[in-house]
Unconditional design. Structure first.
Ligand code: SF4
Ligand code: SF4
Length: 263
């Protein structure tokens, strides 16, 4: 790819810094092979190079300065990697905050007259071209290292979007949806976490965002058969920023089954 040591940069927009922590914890494994030009979360001396080989960006675009920062990063970067559910799907900022009127939300959070220039929360791809999307809440360290290794070899990585159920079956977990009647969203959620929650006997709540071609209607039908209410099901599905378009057909076909308990 490059004759000199490749440069990487790690930036955060509106997010919880979960991805920044995962990257920091695993940076040592990359250091002989890359130069960390900028990582304001982890180091005080940063160099905003005119040309970066790989930029990892965490967080959603939720404020004007997020957008300005992202556009500047895009201009200077060869491979732009969106890391974490906030950057890939908009996460709870999109699923939760966008349900409210922006001005009211801003005043309730920061007080009247606050100088925050809020934007409707959105994933990176709504504003700039993104080369690689690595979801997670937070991301999986092994996937992060694999993606970086691939880009350092000048290859776009393959990232699975198969559902969590696949990983659950590979671990031979009992199914908490079928056996325990828990509202598990594993069938429509992208794998990569190794079926973390069902492996501990808990339902997947969809934090990695939707899998490829999610069968949302079938998921809603199963959950309703188990007595969960459609509004609650929809709320769970949308909470982690999954795009509302994937639920359009579901919204048009209201539930027939009775509602007996909440998800
Ligand atoms: S427990 Fe959840 S993730 Fe695992 S197989 Fe059942 S539905 Fe799928
Ligand atoms: S099982 Fe579901 S909720 Fe739990 S970490 Fe994995 S994707 Fe997230």
């Amino acid at each position: 790819m490059i004759n000199t040591i490749p440069s990487i940069a790690v930036y955060g927009l509106t997010g919880c810094a979960g991805e920044l922590l995962v990257i920091l914890e695993n940076l040592e494994k990359l250091l002989p092979r890359v130069r960390v030009a900028s990582f304001p979360f982890a180091q005080s001396k940063n160099d905003d190079l005119k040309s970066i080989d790989i930029a990892f960006v965490e967080g959603s675009v939720s404020q004007k300065h997020d957008l300005e920062k992202l556009e500047d990063i895009r201009r200077r970067t060869r491979w732009l990697v969106a890391v974490g559910n906030c950057a890939v799907w908009g996460c709870v900022q999109r699923g939760g905050c966008n349900r409210f009127e922006l001005t009211e939300l801003k005043e309730a959070s920061y007080g009247e007259g606050a100088s925050i220039e809020a934007l409707p929360a959105a994933p990176l791809k709504d504003h700039v071209r993104v080369d690689v999307e690595l979801s997670g809440c937070p991301i999986n360290a092994t996937q992060f290292l694999a993606v970086t290794a691939s880009l350092l070899q000048d290859h776009l990585p393959y990232i699975t979007k198969k559902p969590v159920c696949l990983e659950c079956k590979l671990r031979e977990n009992p199914c908490v949806l079928i056996e325990d009647d828990l509202p598990c969203l594993g069938p429509i959620t992208a794998g990569g976490c190794g079926a973390l929650c069902p492996s501990m006997g808990a339902a997947c709540y969809g934090c990695w965002g939707p899998c490829e071609d999610p069968q949302v209607e079938a998921m809603a039908t199963v959950l309703e058969e188990k007595g969960f209410s459609l509004p609650e099901v929809q709320s769970r599905l949308l909470t982690f920023g999954a795009p509302p378009e994937i639920f359009e057909r579901l919204m048009k076909t209201p539930a027939k089954n009775k509602v007996t308990k909440e998800a």
